[in-house]
Design a protein around this ligand. Structure first.
Ligand SMILES: Nc1ncnc2c1ncn2[C@@H]1O[C@H](COP(=O)(O)OP(=O)(O)O)[C@@H](O)[C@H]1O
Ligand SMILES: [Mg+2]
Length: 729
């Protein structure tokens, strides 16, 4: 019997792993003997194993349909991939002692709901429960489907499950007279998804200590507590509040590791807020964008409402521009209300609207129902009764029980309409007293109810003193385009000089840093978030030493790893592609950062038109850009980091051994042509090109950068051929 955690082989029938101590089997609640998955009775004591225990034994039966569907659709593209994940272990401490004296039926009545509560919390944040182990579960966030915020999701799931079990435990204490608490452990790292069974069971192997450490965290946690490692904390910094417990020795590891106890949710709700607490880098560039925003504020203040959307890829600086506006002198005298969608919030209708209302009514998480009621009615009274009728809808949106019989008799569509009207009236009415800056961030994750509110509000804007400032990634579309009071502001990555300014602010101007700066800009193509995170990783790995803004190199030009935060973000984007597009992107990644179409066509699945179709989708989604027109059609990855992430998801062996695998075919392709001639012919092709960039270079790349790309490409070809030559000997 293989341990699900450390993969060690154990004797059949073993209940615990001899290597890592993990519980190995689904156990009978009556006698604690391991029982077969899906069996109806315990073979040892004859206790009935209820339908619930049968259900808990198969991922197919407990994974919510929409998640199961996502995994099924991309199953083949997910198998054999490396994934960055956060692993969660949760168990009911000493459940056996707790339940030993009980009748098995009664024991199950206590145990099963706890398992269900744990799983619900995992599913709420789109994690996958990979194993149910009698009195506990193991779940993964970020595999099989990548999530850019896997650690935050896992932390929130842990907090939710602790809270849910605490509530349930209160009931059990009253009804059965026993107390119970769960322990949770979290760690982040890499796993390899080996296979996904037809019942959705996922076989995976941990890389290094990923799962082992999560299990250790759980075992070290005292009942009722959640422990996490520094690796998880780093990815969820600011989103959760923790108490450091200091270094703790862990079996199998040379040095002790830092362990943290989760205290609660943090004050922060966005990545930029987390960056702001560390100290924001001086703003570089963006003058014209800020000008446009200033004008929009002026027009809105004068009673001509505006919608401005800041559009750009993740990390390009959308939230930062919003921050600059909300912290500018120009909004003195304005009421600023900020909200945003979250990646796991699509299933929660109105979440951003609720947060907006909470901000307006200054409602805190710890406020009880009476306090909330009081705060809402106090504010509504300031409108001289004009908004009295909205009170019920607003309270109900804030999740308060309402006793209003007419409201309760409404059917759901009517309630929805009243809710939309209430919020809209409140905002419009408020804007008569004071100009209103409404910020909705990250619309690409918006739920349909919030969208409906924004659409409806949008209709009334032209005569209101409201600036609706939104931001989103390019993949999101909305229907405002035709409105005269709508402006879309596309944010591109920082141009070369501004990226240099940013690096100057981040690491300083020691001349020895120049080559590193060039490398960083080349790898990130001027994305400020990628730049900041790459620098942070260099500092954490002690490749850069000294003070912020005045670093020195600790070693000659360090290689630049993909920061874990950036990795998670890009991997999640790649996983949202269709399976075919994703495979094509991975094939392209095996070729290199620059991808000649001729080569890609030779190694991709499917006829040329199909490949072209997929390529144009990858271009539309801004994974690849065209850098040369036919006949030498060639693409390049948006930035080297996207290339690296697409490449790294593939396993070494997969890169080389798959029968139609790109690397293999590339190798054959190179062998078909004498190598020297290949390099020469590419050199000639490059020389033949006029010095100007190919017609219609995408996104205004300059001639210099086009030439740089060609040079880089040539170097890579040379390296590839040299490498092959070495390998052939
Ligand atoms: N023009 C800029 N000057 C300095 N720092 C910037 C600039 N634009 C973005 N940043 C920094 O880059 C990081 C990512 O920006 P953010 O606004 O969060 O990106 P987005 O919202 O587009 O994902 C933040 O830490 C932000 O302060
Ligand atoms: Mg943002």
């Amino acid at each position: 019997m293989k341990c699900p955690l450390c993969q060690a082989e154990n004797a059949d029938g073993a209940r615990f792993c001899e290597e890592c101590g993990a519980r190995l089997a689904f156990v009978c609640p009556g006698c604690g003997q391991p029982v077969g998955a899906g069996k109806k009775f315990c073979w040892s004591c004859g206790a009935p194993l209820t339908a619930e225990s049968v259900r808990l034994a198969s991922p197919e039966s407990y994974t919510p349909k929409h998640l199961a569907e996502k995994v099924r659709i991309s199953k083949s593209a997910l198998e054999g991939e490396r994934k960055q994940v956060t692993v969660l272990f949760a168990d009911l401490k000493s459940s056996m002692e707790l339940l030993a004296e009980r009748d098995p039926e009664e024991a199950r009545q206590i145990l099963d709901p706890v398992l269900t509560l744990m799983m619900d919390a995992v599913h709420r944040y789109e994690g996958t429960v990979n194993r149910v182990m009698g009195d506990g579960i193991m779940a993964l966030f970020g595999a099989p489907l990548a999530h850019e915020d896997h650690a935050v999701r896992a932390c929130y799931a842990a907090l939710d499950m602790q809270a849910a079990v605490r509530r349930f435990a209160d009931e059990v204490r009253r009804s059965h007279g026993i107390g119970m608490q769960i322990r949770v452990g979290l760690n982040s790292g890499e796993v390899v998804v080996r296979a996904i069974g037809s019942d959705l069971h996922m076989d995976y192997s941990a890389i290094g200590q990923t799962t082992h450490l999560a299990a250790r965290m759980e075992q070290l946690a005292s009942p009722g507590n959640t422990l996490l490692t520094g690796d998880t904390l780093r990815l969820a910094e600011g989103y959760v509040e923790v108490k450091p417990l200091g270094p703790v020795p862990v079996k199998g590891l040379e040095a002790p590791i830092e362990v943290y106890e989760m205290v609660g949710t943090g004050l922060l709700r966005s990545r930029l807020q987390a960056a702001a607490t560390r100290g924001l880098t001086r703003l570089v560039g963006r003058d014209s964008e800020l000008d446009l925003l200033r004008h929009a504020l002026e027009r809105a203040a004068a009673g001509r409402g505006q919608i401005v959307a800041l559009v750009g890829e993740a990390g390009v600086g959308k939230s930062r521009l919003v921050w600059e506006v909300t912290h500018s002198r120009q909004v003195h005298g304005w009421l600023v209300l900020e909200s945003g969608s979250v990646s796991y919030g699509k299933a929660t209708p109105y979440l951003p609207v609720v947060n907006l209302l909470k901000a307006y009514f200054t409602i805190q998480d710890r406020d009880d129902h009476d306090e909330i009621r009081e705060k809402v009615s106090r504010k509504l009274r300031t409108f001289d009764g004009a908004l009295a009728a909205t009170s019920t809808a607003l309270l109900s949106l804030l999740d308060l029980p309402v006793e209003d019989p007419p409201w309760r008799s409404l059917d759901p569509p009517q309630r929805r309409q009243r809710t939309l009207d209430a919020v809209k009236r409140l905002l419009l009415r408020k804007s008569q007293a004071q100009p209103l800056l409404l910020v909705f961030e990250d619309l690409h994750w918006i739920d349909s109810e919030t969208q409906a509110l924004l659409d409806s509000l949008g209709e009334s804007l032209p005569t209101a003193r409201i600036l609706l400032l939104v931001n989103h990634r390019p993949e999101y579309q909305h229907g405002w385009v035709s409105k005269t009071y709508y402006a879309r502001l596309r944010l591109d990555p920082l141009p070369l000089e501004r990226a240099e300014d940013l690096l100057q602010a981040l690491i300083g101007d020691n001349p020895e840093l120049q080559p590193l700066k060039q490398l960083l800009i080349q790898r990130t193509e001027g994305n400020p978030f990628f730049l900041e995170e790459s620098v942070r990783t260099l500092v954490e790995t002690r490749a850069l030493v000294g003070e912020r803004g005045a670093y020195r190199l600790a070693k000659a030009l360090p290689s630049i790893q993909v920061p874990a935060t950036v990795q998670a973000l890009l991997a999640a984007r790649i996983d949202r592609l269709s399976a075919d597009e994703k495979r094509l992107l991975q094939s392209a990644a095996v070729i290199g950062k620059d991808v000649p179409f001729g080569l890609l066509k030779a190694i991709a699945d499917g006829p040329e038109e199909v490949v072209r179709g997929r390529l144009s989708n990858l271009q539309a989604a801004e994974f690849l850009y065209e850098i040369r027109l036919p006949p030498d059609l060639e693409f390049t990855f948006t930035h080297a980091l996207t290339h690296d992430v697409a490449y790294e998801t593939l396993l070494q062996q997969q890169r080389l051994r798959r029968p139609r695998h790109p690397a293999r075919l590339l190798h054959l392709h190179l062998r078909r042509r004498p190598r020297r001639r290949l390099v020469r012919s590419r050199a000639r092709a490059v020389r033949r090109q006029p010095p100007d960039p190919p017609a219609g270079p995408v996104r205004g790349r300059g001639a210099a950068s086009a030439r740089r790309l060609k040079k880089a490409q040539l170097r890579r070809y040379g390296a590839l051929v040299r490498q092959r030559r070495g390998g052939d000997r």
